[in-house]
Ligand binder design. Structure first.
Ligand code: UT7
Length: 323
C-alpha cells in the first residue's frame, strides 16, 4: 500500500487593487503594447498599504479550507512558500497559523523564490507519505510589489501580488500513476546563477532591497530547464506529455509558457494561463493558477496535472499530480 497526498481543497486571494499596463506609461518609458507582446501581462494586483504576505496567505488558506469542507482543527501542518515574508522572522507560516486561530500542529516557510510552491508541495508530500502528518495546508503567497524598483522598466511591470493554497490529505493508493494525489517530484538548483535574478538587500545590508534581473538570461534558462524537469518528473512514473491533461506552469511570461508546452508536445488548450491577469506572482503563481483553473472548470477530479517553475537561485522543479 502506498500513501498519497491528495488535494482536498483549493483557494486563492487577490488584493483588490488592479493595475493595468497603461498605468505604467505615466511614470516610466514603456507601453501597454510592449508589456503585452513581450510578456503576455495585461494587469496585476497590488496589495494595499499595510497589507502583508501573511494576510494574503491566510485569506487563500481560508478559501482552500472552505473548499475542502474542513477547519483549522483538521490541519496538522502549514507550509508557506514565499520570498516576501512580513518580517525577517518569525515565518509567514506561523503568522498565518495565528491568523487562522490554529493552536496545534506546526508551521514554517520554504524559500525557493518562483519555484517555491513546487518545493513546498514536494516538502508537504514528504511529510504526508512519511506518516508525519495527515493533512497539510500548502500556500504560495507573495507581495513582490514591495521589492520593485519603480524606475527599472525591465522588472517593475512584470510582477504582482497574490496567494493560493491547497489542502493535502493522506489517502491510501495503489502505487500506480492511476492514483489520485502527488505522483512524482523533480527538484533542482544551481547556485552559480545567483547574479541573474536576486534582491540586492537583506540582513547583510540592513535594507529590504530591490529585485534585479537579467531577463534575457533567465528567459534562456527557463525555456531550457522547465520542459526538462517536467519531462523528468513524468518519466519517473512512466508517463509522457501525451498523458498530461493540464500543464499548470509558473506564470512569468506567455512566451516561456508556450515554448515549454511546445517542447513537451502539449497543445496550449491544455495549459492553464493566468499571466495576463496576475503578472508574475512568484511562489503564488501556481496555486493561483490551480485555483483559477478549477473555478473555470478546466481542471477536474482525475486529471493529470503537471506543475513546473523556475526562479532565483536558480531553483527549478516540477510536481506531477492527479487531481
Ligand atoms: O519568475 C522568475 C523567472 N522570471 C522570468 O522567467 C522572466 C524571464 N524573462 C522575461 O520574461 C523577458 O526576458 C522579459 C519580459 C523580462 C524581457 O523581454 P525580452 O524580449 O527578453 O526583452 P529585453 O530584455 O531583451 O529587452 C528588449 C528591449 C530593450 O531595449 P534595447 O536595449 O533593445 O533598446 C529593453 O531596454 O526592450 C526594452 N525594455 C522595455 N521597453 C519598454 C525592457 N523593458 C521594457 C519596458 N517597456 N517595460
Amino acid at each position: 500500500m502506498t500513501i498519497r497526498a491528495v488535494v482536498k481543497g483549493v483557494g486563492h486571494y487577490l488584493p483588490e487593487r488592479v493595475v493595468q499596463n497603461a498605468e505604467f506609461e505615466k511614470t516610466i518609458d514603456t507601453s501597454d503594447e510592449w508589456i503585452r507582446s513581450r510578456s503576455g501581462i495585461e494587469r496585476r494586483h497590488f496589495a494595499a498599504e499595510g497589507q502583508t504576505t501573511s494576510d494574503l496567505a491566510a485569506r487563500a488558506a481560508g478559501a482552500a479550507l472552505a473548499n475542502a469542507g474542513l477547519t483549522v482543527d483538521d490541519i496538522d501542518a502549514i507550509v508557506v512558500a514565499t520570498s516576501t515574508a512580513d518580517l525577517t522572522f518569525p515565518s509567514a507560516a506561523t503568522m498565518v497559523q495565528a491568523r487562522l486561530g490554529m493552536t496545534r500542529g506546526f508551521a514554517y516557510d520554504v524559500q525557493a523564490v518562483c519555484a517555491g510552491f513546487v518545493y513546498a508541495l514536494a516538502n508537504a508530500n514528504a511529510l504526508i507519505v512519511s506518516g508525519q502528518v495527515r493533512r497539510a495546508l500548502v500556500i504560495g503567497a507573495e507581495t513582490f510589489s514591495r521589492l520593485m524598483d519603480w524606475t527599472d522598466r525591465g522588472t517593475c511591470v512584470l510582477f504582482g501580488d497574490g496567494a493560493g493554497a491547497l489542502v493535502l490529505e493522506a489517502h491510501d493508493g495503489s502505487g500506480t500513476p492511476a492514483d489520485r494525489g502527488i505522483l512524482s517530484v523533480d527538484l533542482n538548483s544551481d547556485g552559480r546563477h545567483r547574479d541573474i535574478l536576486y534582491v540586492d538587500g537583506g540582513v547583510s545590508t540592513g535594507t529590504t532591497g530591490h529585485l534585479r534581473m537579467q531577463g534575457k538570461e533567465v528567459f534562456r534558462h527557463a525555456v531550457e530547464k522547465l520542459a526538462e524537469t517536467a519531462h523528468t518528473a513524468l518519466e519517473k512514473i512512466g508517463l509522457s506529455g501525451e498523458d498530461v491533461d493540464w500543464i499548470v506552469p509558473h506564470q512569468a511570461n506567455i512566451r516561456i509558457i508556450e515554448a515549454t508546452a511546445k517542447r513537451m508536445q502539449v497543445p496550449m488548450d491544455r495549459v492553464v494561463v493566468t499571466v495576463q491577469d496576475h503578472g508574475n506572482t512568484s511562489a503564488a503563481s501556481i496555486p493561483l493558477a490551480l485555483s483559477v483553473g478549477v473555478t473555470r472548470g478546466q481542471i477536474k477530479p482525475g486529471d493529470l496535472v503537471v506543475t513546473e517553475a523556475i526562479g532565483g537561485g536558480l531553483a527549478w522543479g516540477s510536481v506531477v499530480l492527479r487531481w
